[in-house]
Design a protein around this ligand. Structure first.
Ligand code: GDP
Length: 472
């Protein structure tokens, strides 16, 4: 930022430190990512590891012995659902552990840290307190920002064009062709169209596509079934009559913008100080080039939401406030032997750089990393065809095919040079992660934690250092 910006921020930090206990500093950390990216597991393991810090050597305040205590507190916002930390941790640490229920809506948790003071007056001042408010929200909702500046006609024609090229699109497009949008609205038809469109979005998501707006069609929250969520794209119409199907769809689209998207950005997004965006990069790489292209666009779109001045609607809400740090983290790195982690990180770095360029982003400090919030595997190197193969060993989730088998797996390879995946040279028929990756759905491993030890992870401490280390 500019020098003036930095000065103002410096002053804020100083006042934060000096004015306690009356205004104890708060960091609002946003955790987002598309559904199944790993938000719930990340928050649960982060909080557990901040409370029991035996595995956090890369968090400088911890390494320097300055964190005196960490504890959960009632959150300050009475109307906001609390992140169900205890239930989620219970799932991960049960005798037969299982993955917790995923994020469906916004929730929040307050973790407070007591820190030993540093600096010249350290001996004379009492411990300092800082509150970390962790806000969990679906990335799908963030992508809805793009709708704010679109009319129904624009959004509908883009959506229809996108469906042409995606799996599951044909059925919906056939439904649309059978409709006459200028006919008066009938609720049953509107519902059928919305259901057909929602199904097409789900099919695209399951095939690895990221950008599937409107976000509430995939994760409805509490407004499920209401008219604001009962619309669908129809081809542009000249002079559709009042009360026609087309007009009503247009009206509902506008209601979705003003009554769903806008309040989310106003009440939650606009208050975030630091942000981590979790990305299932391995999943997209495995799904292939089309899913990868889509992920690249989506990352740029997400970053665009954090660009000061990028969007008139947001500008009005933010009034100059901005997020200071954004970390893009590839999750589930425990699917790879550490010999491939550098490659995954290089891909994340290239994707983040590219997203910055695409979104013409200049502002917050951005970073890229690969992490596993909950490590479900151990490493094992096995001979194979006269070579040594770097595998990971874990227990597969129980289903009819795997029967909960424990074994060593080789996911396949990531390219050494990210350009092989992202650059112009990727046109070739290169397939990555084409080994066992397709079947590698691990169950969380049973844990035997020593006192003071949080659940095992990969680089969660580095992620924490990037996000909040400077404030501790
Ligand atoms: P959310 O939808 O973003 O809240 O995603 P979750 O946190 O519920 O994670 C979705 C799924 O990804 C989990 O049920 C796990 O199967 C898997 N997952 C998440 N984090 C990890 C991880 O660190 N390691 C492994 N092996 N799997 C993970």
């Amino acid at each position: 930022g500019t020098i003036a910006d930095r000065l103002t921020r410096g002053v804020e930090n100083v006042t934060d430190t000096l004015t306690s206990p009356f205004t104890e500093p708060v960091i609002r950390l946003g955790v987002t990512g598309l559904s199944r990216a790993g938000k719930t597991v990340f928050i649960t393991s982060l909080v557990a590891n901040l409370m029991d810090r035996g595995r956090m050597p890369q968090l400088m305040a911890e390494a320097e012995g300055r964190i005196l205590a960490a504890y959960l507190q009632p959150q300050p916002d009475d109307t906001m659902p609390r992140f169900d930390y205890e239930t989620h941790l219970g799932a991960l640490t049960a005798r037969t552990p299982h993955w917790p229920d995923s994020t469906r809506a916004v929730s929040q948790l307050r973790l407070s840290l007591k820190l030993r003071p540093t600096g010249l007056l350290a001996g004379m001042t009492s411990a300092r307190k800082i509150h970390l408010d962790i806000v969990d929200y679906p990335g799908e909702w963030l992508l809805d920002l793009g709708l704010m500046e679109k009319t129904y006609a624009e959004w509908a024609s883009e959506s229809l064009a996108r469906l042409e090229a995606r799996p599951g699109g044909t059925r919906y497009l056939e439904m649309v062709r059978a409709e006459d949008p200028s006919q008066p609205l009938e609720e049953t038809r509107a519902k059928r169209l919305a259901a057909g469109f929602t199904e097409a979005l789900h099919t695209a998501r399951n095939a690895g596509f990221s950008d599937c707006t409107p976000g509430r069609f995939l994760l409805p929250g509490e407004k499920e079934g209401s008219p604001v969520l009962t619309f669908a794209p129809l081809p542009p119409q000249d002079n559709a009559p009042r009360k026609s199907l087309w007009r009503e769809m247009e009206r509902r689209f506008e209601a979705y913008k003003s009554q769903i998207v806008k309040p989310f950005f106003r009440d939650h997004f606009s208050r975030i100080d630091r942000q981590i965006v979790l990305v299932d990069a391995l999943g997209a790489i495995h799904a292939g080039p089309a899913a990868m292209d889509d992920l690249r666009r989506t990352m740029a779109e997400i970053l665009g939401a954090f660009r000061p001045g990028g969007n008139a609607f947001l500008n009005q809400l933010l009034l100059g406030k901005r997020v200071e740090k954004i970390l893009f983290a590839a999750t589930k790195a425990d699917h790879l032997h550490h010999s491939q982690h550098g490659r995954l990180t290089a891909i994340m770095e290239a994707l983040t750089r590219e997203a910055r360029d695409r979104a013409r982003f200049a502002g917050a400090d951005t970073g890229a990393m690969s992490v596993a919030a909950l490590r479900a595997t151990v490493e094992q190197t096995l001979p194979h065809d006269g070579q040594q193969l770097d595998c990971v060993r874990g227990t597969l989730l129980k289903d009819d095919n795997t029967r909960g088998r424990e074994a060593a797996f080789y996911p396949g390879e990531l390219p050494e040079d990210p350009a092989r995946l992202l650059g112009p040279a990727r046109e070739g028929a290169d397939r990555w992660l084409d080994g066992d990756y397709a079947i590698m759905r691990f169950a969380p491993a049973p844990l035997t934690l020593k006192p003071g030890e949080g659940p095992p992870h990969i680089r969660l401490d580095r992620a924490a250092q990037f996000l909040i280390g400077d404030r501790l």
